[in-house]
Ligand binder design. Structure first.
Ligand code: BG6
Ligand code: MG
Length: 217
């Protein structure tokens, strides 16, 4: 079999945290006088914290100094952390835990490739941290998605080549990162939005390792 590893994005793939990112950014945007809708939030999916803030500032035509930007990012993160304080296994997206168990049983290596700096705390909270052979997150990369660095580091940590790995991604920035890095890529979500992926599924419910192998072999 040509698939030796799977690399998962976290937000929107393993756990439905996008709604909490949205509420926290919306609060912050309101505070600085920028209108920010759920549609705007779609554009931020997969982007790092700093890139997300820059997009919001651009929407409001605001130019702020670095210290102010750092303070705003801290504020957003504090509020986000409050929203995810009570997160637990019940917030794992349907079918994900079963699919990961299937990979584990088949000896396929597993890594996380996320832009988030809160990845470890979330994986601990949802009790999945031990499943990952490598966790590459926003604290470990120089360039964030759509740059492929996060996935290339994941493959390196698992000692596999990019073409032997499947990346699961829900954001266009992440799909581009995977494709540019030479990975196989499964989009999670809307086929029209994630059209650069090799194929797209709505989620992991009714999706098995057998289905994955059939699509790529
Ligand atoms: C990505 C999310 O996974 O992580 C983005 O899709 C988020 O919405 C980014 O901004 C950074 O997350 P954090 O937790 O470091 O602020
Ligand atoms: Mg995501």
């Amino acid at each position: 079999m040509s698939i030796k590893a799977c690399i998962f994005d976290m937000d929107g793939v393993i756990v439905d945290s996008a709604k909490y990112h949205f509420i926290a950014w919306q609060e912050l945007a309101a505070e600085i006088g920028v209108s920010f809708t759920e549609e705007d939030n779609e554009q931020l999916k997969g982007l790092s914290r700093v890139d997300s803030l820059e997009r919001i500032l651009k929407m409001g035509d605001l130019y702020l100094d670095n210290d102010t930007k750092l303070a705003l990012m801290d504020k957003k993160n504090e509020s986000y952390l409050k929203y995810i304080e009570s997160m637990n296994e019940s917030e794992i997206l349907p079918g994900v835990a079963q699919f990961i168990n299937e990979l584990e049983a088949a000896g396929i290596k597993i890594a996380l490739g996320s832009s988030s700096k809160n990845a470890t705390v979330i994986l601990e909270r949802i009790n999945l941290l031990s499943k990952f052979g490598a966790v590459i997150d926003g604290n470990k990369v120089t360039f964030s998605k759509p740059d492929p660095e996060v996935f290339l580091r994941g493959a390196e940590a698992l000692q596999v080549e990019a073409h032997e790995c499947v990346v699961f991604e829900d954001a266009t920035a992440g799909v581009k990162a995977a494709i540019d890095g030479g990975f196989k890529c499964v989009g999670i979500g809307d086929e029209k939005v994630l059209n650069q992926a090799h194929f797209v599924i709505p989620g992991f419910e009714n999706f098995s390792l057998k289905n994955l192998i059939e699509r790529f072999n």
